[in-house]
Design a protein around this ligand. Structure first.
Ligand SMILES: C[S@@+](CC[C@H](N)C(=O)[O-])C[C@H]1O[C@@H](n2cnc3c(N)ncnc32)[C@H](O)[C@@H]1O
Length: 368
């Protein structure tokens, strides 16, 4: 029987999605962070659940050859990064395997996953940082989501973001009028502030943005109409407008739609229609145009059932699904694969050093 605080030695057999290593003790799965497959570790049990346990890493007894020196002095304390202890190519191998496993386990799909496209910048890539002030301290959260780590510099953020963080640290922050002892700040690069309204969704890795757009462009089959569902301020719509006769952008955040429309006017793009509303309600009143491709880039929760139902009913010739969450992607692909062939799965490392992964998939309607 395992007990809390018990120290155990175990072999790591895998690194699961979320970044935790998988080991076993007396037939029970034990998750431990900051390890690699093949390592032997000493760990201390912290939580015991019905089917598994969680542990804290105490010592690496047999290290992996793929270990690297973390650049950040807050690594392991701050919850922002999970993989700084591994060399970058190893991080990409782990993410590709996790994606393949997730598609099989949740989606029932045994399909080819292409190698993960690396980020040109493995560090210093983030154009945005959310930082919290609590009772006079500024920082990022630890894994427990309530302990504040007083981060002075974030190694995955761009230098400009770190300069702004240093300026914020020098400022005297007064508690908000609500009387709460807590306040959130979003630090963004000047370029991002120029491009997007304050609460708009932003792709955070500028060095990967052109690669992501090009990936979607390469996957796009000849089409007359592109429906860009969850279009934000037109990250894809503005670039793809030249490839089709018409783009229909759908987005719930009105300021993003307004910004997209303005930018399209500036670029003299007359073939983009911008619709503010939920994808669920807008699609429900949109008949599928002939020669139509549907581009989906939903939030982490994936697509709501009415969206999947609409796709299965209206069957656009191609669906390009951009996802930042392999689990909900696998769930949605399982339903869509009854009518569509998953043609390509292209993972992109938008978030080096972290557990996150972006995936672009092309689906082609079966029996066209
Ligand atoms: C992952 S972001 C993608 C945005 C855009 N494609 C980009 O790359 O910048 C998801 C977007 O979907 C929007 N959104 C969330 N739920 C929505 C819904 N039900 N209907 C329409 N838009 C939604 C969010 O506001 C956000 O802009």
């Amino acid at each position: 029987m395992l007990e809390k605080s018990q120290r155990i030695e175990m072999e790591i057999t895998d690194v699961a999605f979320g970044g935790k290593g998988v080991g076993r003790h007396e037939d029970r799965v034990v998750f431990v962070p900051f390890v690699d497959t093949g390592e032997r570790v000493l760990a201390e049990i912290t939580h015991i659940k019905k089917n598994f346990a969680e542990a804290r890493l105490l010592e690496i007894l047999k290290p992996s050859a793929r270990r690297a020196d973390p650049r950040c002095k807050y690594f392991r304390a701050c919850a922002g990064c999970q993989y700084q202890h591994l060399d970058y190519p190893r991080q990409l191998e782990i993410k590709a395997k996790q994606l393949k496993d997730t598609l099989r386990r949740i989606g029932g799909l045994d399909i080819e996953v292409e190698p993960v496209t690396p980020s040109p910048l493995p560090y210093a890539y983030r154009n945005k940082l959310s930082i919290t002030w609590i009772s006079g301290r500024l920082g990022l959260f630890a894994e427990d989501n309530c302990t504040l780590v007083g981060v002075e510099q974030c190694e995955i953020a761009q230098p400009e973001v770190n300069r702004k963080l240093a300026e914020l640290r020098k400022r005297k922050i007064t508690p908000p009028r609500s009387g709460k002892n807590r306040q959130s700040f979003i630090i963004r690069t000047e370029e991002l502030e120029k491009q997007l309204p304050p609460h708009a969704f932003a792709q955070v890795n500028d060095s990967m943005s052109p690669i992501m757009r090009q990936t979607v462009m390469d996957l796009l089959k000849p089409a007359d109409v592109l429906i860009d569902a969850y279009c934000g301020a037109g990250f894809f719509a503005l670039e793809l407008a030249g490839k089709v006769k018409k783009v229909i952008g759908i987005e719930v955040h009105r300021e993003s739609i307004d910004r997209g429309r303005k930018e399209a006017e500036k670029r003299a793009l007359g073939n983009v229609e911008w619709i503010a509303g939920t994808v669920e309600e807008v699609l429900a009143r949109t008949p599928v145009p002939p020669r139509c491709t549907l581009l989906l880039d939903p939030p982490r929760e994936g697509c709501l059932p009415p969206v999947i139902d609409w796709i299965l009913k209206h069957r656009p010739g191609q669906v390009i699904y951009v996802s930042c969450n392999p689990s909900t992607l696998a769930r949605d692909l399982k339903m869509l694969s009854t009518a569509f062939q998953v043609e390509r799965v292209v993972p992109l490392d938008m978030f080096p050093q972290t557990k996150h992964l972006e995936v672009v998939c092309s689906l082609i309607m079966k029996n066209r």
